[in-house]
Design a protein around this ligand. Structure first.
Ligand SMILES: C[S@@+](CC[C@H](N)C(=O)[O-])C[C@H]1O[C@@H](n2cnc3c(N)ncnc32)[C@H](O)[C@@H]1O
Length: 471
């Protein structure tokens, strides 16, 4: 667990209360000033670490403006890198976010709880100095050590005992000297007592790994680590050190800039109350969020299997001492063998149209789609439960293509929303700008068949309109 406080947090969740609106942001004018910042400015806050399929800030900014008021609670149950949360804070809302992915929780927490530039400067000077001294003292002894680098356990070098991650064939993905350097950084980052420093140090480590060739300390060719490495590079300790410190500077400067924005709005001392991130919470079971507690949901579930988050993120998570991500917790990436294709489709005639015969007759493929739809249904049911009556959910999803067959996932989402009791307010199509979005390359991503996505606006009907026995 990255967050020692999270154990006690779950006890507090049930008592989470809406903060009275006038205490959230005293000066409404300053909120408007902050909200009028241009989108490019806000987007720059997200660049210090890539996150596949992160949606552009204009989506949550528009949705929040249209469907919520200052001080209300905006929730993203698939918050990823925290785009909705940052947009919500900048528009004077309270924000809650959750995701199944550990890296997502770290990024979202960092962007909603940044420290001051002064604090980061003091931390960074001391931290980089200590790291430098460690690297210096290791460097003379490293050659005889690297031949002993294995995939688990620990390495001992010049009096240092460095722990190694357990779940990767390490030297297949990382040059041996980089393994030693990363182990040292990992150990130092984890020891930072103050959470803002620890998380920033860990995110810099992650950003040094999940980065496009050649700006990565791994052998991987792309940020998703789906393509095998073609070329073996030699990366020495000094390269690992300079890449990491460069990343750390970027992380700290982006977080300091966010902090200045929150200070300008007068909310920087209230961030613990205004922004909550629930790590490891499954959107199919939002157990930490009470019924009817959220005013607006702005979110984007996975686009079927378009991004392999566990694969992409395990390369950095292993260095952050996190467990290996489990596939069956990620919507769209697994098949529930207990779910029977025909049984699920029975009585859902619309889905017979959505899943063409070619897909239905292939039990493996058909069942994987049905698993995805069922998981979407469970997530929508939870969204319905946590929304106040009359509350809106804005969901972004793209149709994906499998084996040459395009499946209208957005239509499925519309049907499932109705099944869960929502009214469908609006469905619109928007063009995906590939240059602005990171997605796996090849046949799946934004340079493949995914050129558009759909924005689906649904509403939990106001109480007066719910008929007896419904909802
Ligand atoms: C399309 S991305 C969301 C990106 C986000 N809007 C952003 O701007 O960064 C989908 C997210 O769903 C998360 N996810 C997948 N399965 C989940 C589950 N069962 N519960 C919660 N989150 C899940 C993934 O980890 C990923 O972060």
């Amino acid at each position: 667990m990255y967050d020692p406080e999270s154990m006690s947090r779950s006890k507090h969740i049930k008592s989470l209360r809406r903060i009275p609106q006038n205490s959230v942001v005293d000066d409404i004018t300053s909120v408007h000033r902050a909200a009028s910042l241009n989108v490019a400015d806000i987007e720059s806050a997200h660049r210090f670490h890539v996150y596949c399929a992160r949606f552009p800030s204009e989506i949550p900014l528009q949705a929040i403006k249209e469907y919520s008021k200052v001080g209300q609670i905006v929730f993203d149950p698939f918050c990823g890198s925290g785009t909705t949360l940052v947009a919500g804070l900048l528009m004077g809302r309270q924000v809650w976010g959750s995701d199944i992915d550990e890296l997502a929780s770290l990024l979202s927490w960092a962007k909603t709880h940044p420290d001051t530039e002064k604090a980061y400067d003091a931390f960074s000077n001391q931290y980089q100095k200590t790291l430098f001294e460690t690297f210096e003292s290791i460097s003379d002894h490293i050659d005889h050590v690297t031949s002993n680098v294995t995939s688990a356990g620990e390495i001992r070098v010049n009096g240092y005992c460095l722990a190694l991650p357990e779940f990767l064939p390490l030297t297949y993905w990382f040059p041996p000297k980089a393994v030693v350097g990363l182990a040292a950084i990992s150990q130092y980052a984890a020891c930072r007592r103050k959470k803002t420093f620890r998380v920033a140090a860990e995110l810099a480590l992650s950003a040094s790994i999940i980065s496009k060739w050649p700006n990565t300390v791994s052998y991987a060719m792309d940020i998703d680590h789906t393509r095998p490495h073609r070329r073996i590079r030699r990366i020495g300790l000094s390269k690992v050190f300079s890449m990491y410190c460069g990343r750390l500077d970027r992380v700290l400067s982006a977080l300091s800039a966010l902090r200045r924005r929150y200070e300008g709005m007068g909310i920087s001392n209230n961030l613990d109350q205004l922004a909550k991130v629930f790590p490891n919470m499954d959107a199919r079971n939002l157990h930490q969020v009470s019924d009817e507690s959220v005013d607006l949901i702005v979110t984007s579930p996975p686009y079927f299997d378009a991004v392999d988050y566990p694969r992409s993120h395990r390369f950095s998570l292993c260095w952050l001492n996190k467990p290996a991500p489990r596939y069956n917790r990620y919507i769209g990436l697994y098949r529930n063998s207990k779910l029977k294709l025909d049984e699920w489709l029975a009585g859902r005639a619309e889905f017979i149209k959505i899943l063409p015969g070619k897909v239905r007759s292939d039990v493996a493929k058909g069942s994987k789609w049905v698993t995805f739809f069922e998981d979407l249904r469970l997530s929508l049911g939870e969204m319905y439960r946590v929304l106040v009556s009359g509350g809106t959910a804005v969901c972004v999803i793209a149709d994906n293509q499998v084996g040459g067959v395009r499946i209208a996932a957005h239509q499925a989402m519309v049907h499932l929303s109705r099944e869960c009791g929502f009214e469908v307010v609006h469905v619109s199509k928007r063009k995906i700008e590939p240059s602005k979005r990171r997605f796996p390359s090849g046949t799946f991503g934004f340079d493949g068949p995914m050129r558009h996505e759909h924005v689906i606006v649904i509403r939990r009907p106001p109480k007066s309109r719910i008929k007896k026995g419904q909802g």
